[in-house]
Unconditional design. Structure first.
Length: 170
């Protein structure tokens, strides 16, 4: 059953808007040239928060809407393929890891970030028919781990600080 409460709709809209703002801010930051395509993934702060407070389906909805809107506003069709595939697969991994109960939100974030990077690399190999890109795997794992730690720490702090406000288990 879908939750159409005004509170859920408002929080969902707010998280979509925040993730778009984070995407815009990140689009303004120059790309780190040593690792092609590397970004911290600030928008994932909203996605991790949604996963822990609204559940997997709402987090997926927010993530897909963010990818579509940010592509239309800040990017191009090719980046849409990378972003959507990586966003969906990494969220699936994060959802499974959260559900397992083995990982904290920090661990879930790290696994999501590494998965996101690796999926984008696989998509690049498929699009450009260049398997030599797989040499970047160690760099993508390291950069994903660093980005995941940063996003996970921020997300964990927000999740912890908003406990008791009625968001958990929405």
């Amino acid at each position: 059953m879908r939750d159409f409460s005004s509170r859920t709709i408002a929080l969902t809209g707010t998280l979509i808007a925040l993730s778009l703002v984070f995407s815009y801010v990140e689009a303004m930051i120059p790309v780190f040239v040593a690792i092609p395509g590397f970004k911290v993934g600030l928008a994932n702060i909203a996605i991790v928060f949604a996963l822990y407070n609204l559940g997997f389906k709402k987090a997926l909805e927010i993530s897909v809407i963010r990818v579509v809107l940010s592509t239309l506003l800040f990017s191009n069709a090719l980046s849409f393929i990378y972003s959507l595939s990586a966003a969906v697969v990494s969220l699936l991994v994060m959802g499974l890891m959260k559900k397992s109960g083995v990982f904290s939100s920090l661990g879930v974030s790290v696994l999501g970030a590494v998965t996101h990077n690796l999926v984008q690399l696989v998509v690049a190999v498929l699009v450009f028919h260049t398997k030599e890109l797989f040499y970047l795997v160690p760099f993508y794992i390291i950069s994903g781990t660093i980005a995941g730690i940063i996003i996970g720490m921020i997300s964990s702090l927000i999740i912890e600080r908003t406990k008791g406000l009625g968001y958990e288990g929405f």
